[in-house]
Design a protein around this ligand. Structure first.
Ligand SMILES: Nc1ncnc2c1ncn2[C@@H]1O[C@H](COP(=O)(O)OP(=O)(O)O)[C@@H](O)[C@H]1O
Ligand SMILES: [Mg+2]
Length: 275
């Protein structure tokens, strides 16, 4: 299997060299934002976001509703282009992906997104995985079959669907559909997976499966996840960023955020005193 077949999106090798908070300079950074601000019309929804995300780690974004978590996450793969103005830099492998002339379609092969509500296509399970690959010109059947199995295995769904690959994806349970959407995202072989509350619409068992899947996936991908569930953030993430009223108030290793945060508002939030 060829890695990143047919990629025409050239990236520079140089890593951005700026590190913030307590992240140590020897860490490898997958993506970082610099002086980022997001406006909806005149309204400043996110200010001064300077965050670096370590490669092959899970970072949770936490904070009350309306604190800017989705705004931040969506900006990382240009989902806000139509509704918001994003200022500052978003550095990915030496490239500012906030630059207007970036090929957004290609960029999203490298930075995939999964939403709160599972949104499988009204197609078979198999076609959900192969659709985007075919759109990118991949036609080799053996390769497509291999990607179907590989992605479904990585998303911990293979055993449940391997005998019904041609069944409609709409027949899956919510938890299975969300793992299918994750499989669909990883079939594109992205570097980075962005997930906006991927488990909040799911029952606890499905949610636990998603958590296990993410812990497995971080061996291969850098994961940034918005979650309202503090236990979930504590269980799965290496780093946690606390958002409050459009600013990142604290960003650190997860165990520090949960055991000895530096900011009183973080203490209040992780202890459930507001939100
Ligand atoms: N499409 C939009 N148009 C205008 N304002 C928006 C839009 N999306 C979000 N906002 C506003 O931006 C702020 C941050 O929202 P959001 O990023 O969705 O927060 P969170 O994900 O932390 O709940 C809120 O005040 C919200 O009302
Ligand atoms: Mg949100």
């Amino acid at each position: 299997m060829t890695e990143n077949q047919n990629v025409s999106f050239h990236l520079y090798d140089e890593q951005p060299k700026r590190f913030i908070y307590e992240m140590r300079p020897e860490k490898e950074i997958a993506i970082s934002t610099h002086d980022m601000q997001v406006y909806y019309g005149d309204k400043l929804a996110l200010d001064d976001a300077d965050l670096s995300f370590e490669r092959f780690k899970i970072t949770s974004l936490i904070g009350a509703s309306g604190s800017g978590k989705s705004t931040f996450l969506r900006s990382l793969n240009r989902m806000n282009d139509d509704v918001a103005t994003v200022k500052g830099q978003i550095m990915y492998r030496g490239l500012d992906i906030n630059f207007k002339d970036i090929d957004v379609y290609e960029m999203r092969r490298h930075i995939g997104m999964v939403f709160q509500r599972p949104n499988p296509f009204a197609k078979s399970i198999r076609e959900n995985i192969t659709f985007a690959l075919k759109q990118h010109g991949i036609t080799d059947k053996a390769y497509l079959d291999e990607m179907v199995e590989h992605s479904l295995r990585q998303a911990a769904l293979w055993d449940e669907v391997k005998d019904s690959l041609d069944a409609s994806a709409l027949s899956l349970s919510g938890g299975q559909a969300q793992r299918l959407v994750i499989a669909r995202a990883i079939a594109m072989k992205p570097d980075i997976l962005l997930l906006d509350e991927p488990a909040s619409a799911l029952d606890p068992i499905s949610s636990a499966k998603i958590e296990d899947t993410l812990l497995e996936l971080k061996k291969h991908y850098t994961i940034i996840i918005v979650t309202h569930n503090m236990q979930q953030a504590a269980r799965i993430s290496d780093y946690t960023a606390f958002f409050h009223m459009g600013r990142v108030l604290e960003y650190n290793e997860t165990r520090k955020i949960f055991t000895r945060p530096k900011v009183q508002l973080t203490i209040d939030y992780v202890n459930g005193n507001f939100g």
